[in-house]
Design a protein around this ligand. Sequence first.
Ligand SMILES: [Zn+2]
Length: 302
Amino acid sequence: MANSTLPYRGRFAPSPTGPLHLGSLFTALASFLQARSLNGKWLVRIDDLDPLRCKAHFSKQILTTLENYGLHWDEGVVHQSKRSSAYQNALEILSRQNLTYDCVCSRKQLEERYTGESRLTYDGYCLKNPATASKASAIRIKVGQNTIQLNDLTQGAVSQNLSDKVGDFIVLRKDKAFAYHLAVAVDDNDQNISEVLRGIDLLDSTPRQVYLQQRLELKTPAYAHIPVLVDSHHAKLSKQTFAADASEMPINATLIKLLHYLQLSPPVDLVSSPKHDILSWAIEHWQLDNLKKRTSIVVSTH
Ligand SMILES: [Zn+2]
């Protein structure tokens, strides 16, 4: 990859909408091992843009859980909620290029009119029919006919035509919260992230972030989208599926279990070693390629 000569900088960026669950800990551990095995930096960023869903006490709890598992990060923790001026600046750059417009559509109107591949695809209504009344509006970015291509280190070649798949997408929400994709593009650049390793559930949104990087003339990191943990019904472990809080699990046994999910084969007696020895063993044996082309890993309930 183009970034292989740069010092490695990875990040784990949880949203503090609940305690850290096993699925998130799996991703955190993978990104930690990838960074440490490459003698790189591992950063933690709190993606707390949504003031209604994100809670400060969950941020603290997530950081404590990471530390308890021995996943110590480099540099200070960045909170997206404190980065509004950087996102505002990016929005102004897009606006000066005449790439943005106001959208007053309600969710109901969008669902009634949807076209394209999915309900997510915006039809450009407010571009063709600019709103006259000063109603509450979101801001969208024009995507034109751009097809974004990238080579994901784990999943291979990805190609997405933005206008088919998503249409002009939101960069500032109606409630004036900055959209996640804008914030992530700006932050990954400002933090000099060389590689983004995260769950495959975010692969679909990566072309939007790459498009924003291109329009804002920001760096594009390498990407590695790893499988997500799923339960026996094939539902992704998440807050919505009431995945258990990782802080309530036994640390060593949980680390060993996660190493197996990461397709490593730790020796049986490693579980009784100090957690730092477990992590050292994992750093030494870690192979991102073990996860190649996999999209999910079923967790055992025992
Ligand atoms: Zn609209």
